[in-house]
Design a protein around this ligand. Sequence first.
Ligand SMILES: [Fe+2]
Length: 322
Amino acid sequence: MTRPAAPRPVGGETGNSLWSAVGWLAGTRAGAGATALRGLAAVLLAAVTWGWLVEPRWLQARAFRLPLAGGPPQPLPAAATRRPGPGGLRLAHLTDLHAPVYRIPEAALLRQLRAWQPDAVVFTGDLAEGPHHPATRGVALMARLARRWPVFLVPGNHDHLYGWFRLRRDLEAAGVQVLVNRGTVLRAGEAAVYLAGVDDPHTGRDRVGEALAGAPPGTPVVLLAHAPAEGIRRAAAARGVRLVLAGHTHGGQVRLPLVGALWIPGQGWFPRYDRGWFDIGGTWWYIATGLGTPRPWIRFRCRPELVLIELVPPAPRTGPPA
Ligand SMILES: [Fe+2]
């Protein structure tokens, strides 16, 4: 009796290539090039695993002090963050939660805020992700914050994608103060600022002039803006805004060694305004990396961050001795 022939791999040349690749990955065809490629593949796999499992959950807290009378920002020493500053006004800056696409532990966020004791919490847009994702978790978190601190918020492009009308209604019902092209005076101790907010620039709704129209003369202005768009950069510098807090960039979300951020919407490849401090025409900007991890669903060398800015009032003038 004749035995049937053993089945051959289907696909001819393709099948042979597949078996070759399997052999290469299994290490049966060793060589310098193959070893290097295997090493590269292993590094890439480790980086993606790290960026998927670790960084989106690894909240970073950063604290700074900015004199309202002028001068650059300085890091706030850890020891100084745990008690109210001498008459300073403390803003906790959050941005880009992209609910429900965030994996930061809320308990860690709340613990840090309680330790800082801010005078207000500001959120610079993209609380929601989009029309197909419920923002309920994000609204609930804002409601939780608003029960303890004044919370001010400006919308981002994803909030408009989600549906700003219903999001705004839910946020205001939760006690969040929405600053859409308007502002309000904020005081703490000896410090006073005009806290203003502009609508999202990427959907063409930003009106810096309207936002700053109510600023009392001589009062330093802090502006909340979702993104460091060119129009806001120019307008803020022209009007002598002291500080702009922004997000949108996510710091690039994936940052390569020596290269930094690769691409940011609105700025393109190798963006200049990616994260951290920038002096733009005499106005200081802080661009935060955000809290959420939307597409491409990983963070690499770009942890989610929570930022404290302590605004220091000018020293009181002392008159000449009598
Ligand atoms: Fe965003």
